[in-house]
Design a protein around this ligand. Structure first.
Ligand code: PLP
Length: 383
């Protein structure tokens, strides 16, 4: 039997300890053990995001957290500016439209990052804009945005800064308070090394002011209710929480904090550099330029004549390596290698080796060993 090497940008491999933690006996979700569990998880998430704000956790995939933010932070008709640099920015724009906001977008060429000057100019030309929405790490293109610079471009105090950090939380540094981010949305199944099913939203005091004034349009996604229950003598949630996933998440967060968040971020940056060096070693080119390359996912352009579907299926069937394809307009034109969460140099070496062999099998001439050698240079230089 072949072991599978899961190298997609989410869901990511769950550490055994976190998986086992999820198998603990059920507890009363209105009792003291649950209160301690929820408080530890939200406290740890606040440390990950370097914030003094309140973190809420809902049972949902990340998209649920995006929709929850939309209905709590914006009233129908509110003007929002969304930076669309790929599939996930486009999804946030769609959610905002459907939930009643008046959406304008800044379209960024896929594979590049959002230019803060464009945000500044859009805000200057439309004083009615109430919020700016940015995807921290655009998983469809492998680009990470410069949130601190974007914040500096949002000069108006009355504008909320909302960030989709679903594919960066726990893997790429984000300083919520220092960078002035009002709402950060995360998901359990990427950098946080937990099975899919939890969305978290971290809110600034300014975001809470807005939540209090927004017309309430959802019973389930009600941030006010969530805060009220969280502030009970033993912390609770309004509706039945995903207890087992919270056990897993607590374990994963303990692992991240014991590795040290700085070390975790450094490990991801190293893996990204190794993947980029590796694919270049066999003549392939990453989609994103080096200065905005994601440390959690690398999109790699496919040369003419290489069929994405055949490559991905050869990787999976012959070598047990699972890599993602392109989304939207990049479908068929790129592959995406996830290197996020519970991943080390070992999986990167195996993946690069498998890519070499799969390309060779598909009839490309490949300088076999070259990608692994290039990655080794990166690993050995780390000291
Ligand atoms: C994964 C992801 C999401 C959410 O996807 P779900 O499938 O709903 O968890 C949103 N934004 C980004 C940037 C993502 O990578």
């Amino acid at each position: 039997m072949e072991r599978q090497c899961l190298m997609i940008p989410g869901p990511t491999p769950v550490p055994v300890g976190a998986a086992l933690a999820g198998a603990q006996p059920m507890i009363n979700h209105r009792g003291p053990e649950f209160g301690a569990l929820l408080s530890e998880v939200t406290g740890s998430l606040a440390r990950v995001l370097v914030t003094h704000g309140t973190v809420l956790v809902f049972p949902a995939s990340g998209t649920g957290g995006m929709e929850a933010s939309a209905v709590n932070l914006l009233s129908p008709g509110d003007k929002v500016l969304v930076a669309v640099a790929g599939e996930f920015g486009s999804r946030f724009a769609e959610i905002l439209r459907v939930t009643g906001a008046q959406v304008s977008t800044i379209e960024v060429e896929w594979g590049t990052r959002v230019d803060p000057a464009a945000i500044r100019a859009a805000l200057e030309s439309d004083p009615a804009i109430r919020a700016v929405v940015v995807t921290h790490n655009e998983t469809s293109t492998g680009v990470t945005m410069d949130l601190a610079s974007i914040r500096r471009a949002i000069v108006r105090e009355d504008v909320l800064f909302i960030v989709d950090a679903i594919s960066s939380m726990g893997a790429i540094q984000l300083h919520q308070d220092e960078w002035g981010i009002d709402a950060v949305v995360g998901g359990s199944q990427k950098g946080l090394m937990t099975p899919p099913g939890l969305a978290m939203i971290s809110l600034s005091p300014k975001a809470w002011d807005k939540v209090e004034r927004t017309t309430r349009r959802s019973v389930y996604w009600d941030f006010m209710a969530a805060r009220k229950f969280f502030e009970r003598p033993t912390a609770q949630t309004p509706y039945t929480p995903a207890v087992s996933l919270l056990y897993s998440l607590r374990e994963s967060l303990r692992m991240l904090e014991s590795e040290g968040l700085e070390n975790v971020y450094r490990r991801h940056r190293m893996l990204a550099r190794a993947v980029r060096a590796g694919v270049r070693g066999i003549g392939l080119e990453p989609l994103a330029p080096d200065d905005c390359a994601s440390s959690t996912v690398t999109a790699v352009k496919l040369p003419d004549g290489v069929d994405a579907k055949s490559l991905l299926s050869t990787l999976r069937k012959e070598y047990g390596v699972v890599i993602a394809g392109g989304q939207g307009s990049l479908s068929g034109r790129i592959i995406r290698i996830g290197h996020v969460g519970n991943v080390s140099w070992q999986e990167v070496v195996v993946s690069l080796s498998a890519i070499e062999m799969a390309l060779a099998k598909l009839g490309r001439s490949v300088d076999r060993g070259a990608s692994v050698a290039a990655a080794e240079e990166v690993f050995m230089a780390r000291g």
